[in-house]
Design a protein around this ligand. Sequence first.
Ligand SMILES: *Cc1c(COP(=O)(O)O)cnc(C)c1O
Length: 493
Amino acid sequence: MEYKSTRGNIRVTSIKALIEGLAADGGLLVPVEFPKVELNLKEFMNKNYNELAFFILKNYFNDFDENTLLNCIIKAYDDKFDTKEIAPLVKKDKFYFIELFHGKTLAFKDMALSLFPHLLKEAKLKENIKKEIVILTATSGDTGKAALEAFKDIEGVKIIVFYPSKGVSNIQKLQMITQEGENTYVFGINGNFDDAQRAVKEIFSDVQFNEKIAKRGYVLSSANSINIGRLFPQIVYYFYAYINLLKMGEISEDEYINIVVPTGNFGNILAAYYAKKMGLKVKKLICASNKNNVLYDFLREGVYDARRNFYTTISPSMDILVSSNLERFLYDACGEDEEIIRNIMKDLKELGYFSLPENYRDSLKDFYANFADDDETYFEIRWAFLNLGYLIDPHTAVALNVYKKYQKDTGDDTKTIIASTASPYKFVSSVYKAITLKEPYADEFKLSEELSKLTNTSIPKQIIELKNKRILHNDVIDKEEIYNVINDLLKGD
Ligand SMILES: *Cc1c(COP(=O)(O)O)cnc(C)c1O
């Protein structure tokens, strides 16, 4: 399987794509062709997550021999997850939640980041790369920790994470600044996720800088969903959810389903779109945003306008105005026309907006989009607890709210899967406030205990362990300093 750039005629193997992250021309890498899979459903109903993952992913990473890939998968989805099912499908009343937060860091980013380091290690071996790989990561809160855990103390790799210092939950921040490992570097920035992502992407496409650090023995890569190693493993759980619906007798063979995804950088929902392209029976992809609702406007109107207020919300992992992975969808929507993408991305960079040409707006119909503000999000957390007996995090609550809006707007009662993307304990202050209608106090460990008693749910051990960890990463920098910080860290010996 070869990958090509959305912006030009670069072509690379999957192995090179894993290592390089972004295409050298600044575009994103997409498969030259999408594999169609025939799921023999009866057969797959008896298979576990790993077997399904192998079946899907061997199409995308076929430069590895099958045993290598299978071993990577087996090492990824093991008892790091607190359930054998890896991504359980939970039915509450008429709602189906696929829980994607059972990995090490309690958010769905673990689903791909448990696998990615193993793939990268094999890729490095295969390409005979002696250089140290430097993983640059911009995070809106969850990718950072998941990537740090995934790459800590892995030989031949350094990982550098930039998070918005005022834009993440306290638990998210604590998780990152207490990160152990000789090869981990964490910086808060005075700025938001978009600032961090922009700076990091510019460094990737800075040819001079890349040549300079190559001489010092380093090569850059990314753990953001711009990397195919982050994106494609996310396809697996949509197939898995479908098979589970069948197993539970909730749908019949070939029945269509909808998928709701709380969306920020458009990675997780793009994976669902790719699952549909591969043949999964999906009717609507429902894109749920918070008050940063740029995708809602775009999917309805075809105009993407990032010239708007940036809001800090209680679903911080979706506080994003420039959704990187949309470029991959646009490429598809425009019939893979690189020139259109180059123009569109130039407009976005220089003018702050772009308009998708009218004749390419057809595929927007695959999506329904809406958004929920913070009040609606609080309401939904409370509603789900009181009516479903189910505790959800704010991101999942945004998805639930938008799903209800979809049903109201369309009357569609197709069975629908809601992506549940984080543990409620990662956002304990907001969840506490929603459940008790009281202002949360500062001590989040105490809040967790109170919430646990009130809701009869258990606090994940990762949160309890956090309490006694030492703070190891104190630095907060201006966004203009990102380049220099990286340059300094990668000084030749
Ligand atoms: C990252 C994240 C999202 C958004 O996912 P994208 O792939 O960026 O669209 C939603 N919820 C949580 C909890 C996340 O960590």
